[in-house]
Write a protein that binds this ligand. Structure first.
Ligand SMILES: [Zn+2]
Length: 207
């Protein structure tokens, strides 16, 4: 079966300009990382939402989940299991309204294949930036959260970060054998898988 290609909407929100994506599948919309102030745009732009997909639990990626949940209480909220605690409490004291995820995606440094109303969604777990830090693949696009950016990688010096995990995650990312998909990060511009795989050696040498 050929990999589908879906358009998406993207808009940056909040003081850290966190990208929120609305992936437009034939069944409806998948909402990725609804950050600070994104709820009105999400509710307006996603007439038939299927789920909220969280790449990791940092507040700037989950801030408006509670507002969307208030408007759409039955909408499933997927989050890597190891970061669920960041959604369940305001652990960074940012003023976040906690909102527990409804589906925990397992974090075993591997792949979790989800079927969301017949749409295939793949989570790849790359801890280091956070314990649950993951990238999400929908169709032919990678949503990399704060793991991989264009010519950069996520910070691994925050509370709950791990430099050892980050090193191992980068090595696994470098070894990924898959098509050269376009990567859409949690901040900044898009990039491509092979280009960022080629940059990993440089990041590893600086860690
Ligand atoms: Zn982050």
């Amino acid at each position: 079966m050929q990999t589908p290609s879906y358009p998406h909407l993207c808009k940056a929100f909040g003081p850290y300009e966190t990208n929120c994506y609305i992936v437009q599948t034939p069944q409806g919309e998948l909402i990725i990382d609804p950050g600070m102030g994104s709820a009105p745009w999400v509710l307006e732009s996603a007439p038939n939402p299927l789920a909220i997909l969280i790449t990791h639990g940092h507040f700037d990626h989950i801030y408006d989940v509670a507002r969307i949940h208030e408007a759409l209480p039955d909408l499933p909220i997927y989050c890597p299991s190891a970061d669920a605690f960041m959604m369940e409490s305001d652990c960074f004291d940012t003023g976040l309204t906690p909102c527990a995820p409804s589906v925990l995606v397992e974090c075993k440094k591997g792949r979790a294949e989800l079927d969301i109303q017949s749409e295939r969604v793949t989570y790849l777990h790359f801890p280091g930036h956070t314990p649950g830090c993951s990238i999400v693949i929908v169709g032919d696009k990678i949503y990399s959260g704060d793991f991989i950016f264009k010519r950069s990688i996520g910070r691994y010096d925050f509370p709950y970060s791990s430099v050892e995990d980050m090193r191992e995650s980068l090595q696994r990312f470098q070894a990924l054998d898959m098509p050269n998909l376009e990567i859409f990060p949690g901040h900044g511009d898009s990039t491509h898988l092979k280009y960022e795989q080629d940059n990993v050696a440089l990041w590893l040498s600086r860690m």
